[in-house]
Design a protein around this ligand. Sequence first.
Ligand SMILES: [Fe+2]
Length: 294
Amino acid sequence: MSAYRTNMSVRPEVKGFFDPQTNTISYVVKDPNSKACAVVDSVMDIDYAAGRITFEHADEIIDYVKQNDLQVEWLIETHVHADHLSAAPYIQEKLGGKIGIGDKITVVQETFGKVFNEGTEFQRDGSQFDRLFSDGDTYEIGTMSAFVIHTPGHTPACMTHVIGDAAFVGDTLFMPDGGSARADFPGGDAGTLYDSIQKILQLPDDMRLFMCHDYAPGGREIKWETTVGEEKAHNIHVGGGKTKEEFVKFRTERDAQLAMPRLIIPSLQVNMRAGEVPTDEHGDKMLKVPVNKL
Ligand SMILES: [Fe+2]
């Protein structure tokens, strides 16, 4: 039995957009009874070596929204991503909608405000976002009611968004053959991640789950949709009743082997500002590289 008040009779139309540069999946989640939609985890393109930012991926989403005459009500970030830059402000400027993230963004801003030596002009109160969600908060997308579950462990601000029979899990879970995301970023914790995953696995077995990433393990094709029942039975890190102790040991050993994500330095600076690129004292867009601090 699920402890959450889900409504499996509401079936949003979900369209995934895969970004091969960062293996991220962005979503347009549409209310079946109106033109309202939400955009989840959009991606801004960056050529980091050249310091060049472009918007091919976001434009694909914008074209889709326009072609289908949709109304964007929300731009949801499941968490502060460390591997890609959000395009939420770019899409907001073109299509409207409110940018929302988990309220523990303040913890992430505090941590990385220090790493990047941000001055007092960098607000650490989450005010760059239009809405900060707390565990259990609800919001509307057209006629659909959505709610959030705080699912920390990968990062402190991770939220799972449940919209009808669909849940957007961010980086708490990967596809069953991909397992789970790393838990070794500042503020991450493998035991906390295990507990968060258990919250997701309490949702109804036929709840659709949508991943934020897929790395095509074993060379299979890219996939991003599964169910709670599938994850419970087959997830290679947490499925089949694996214990917290087993998970924490495995996750900790695995994380110690992983390299830093290629785009972590630009991603954090931009994403902790709700997708805005920081500017220097001349008003020019500028990114920093803190040395030996990550
Ligand atoms: Fe992530």
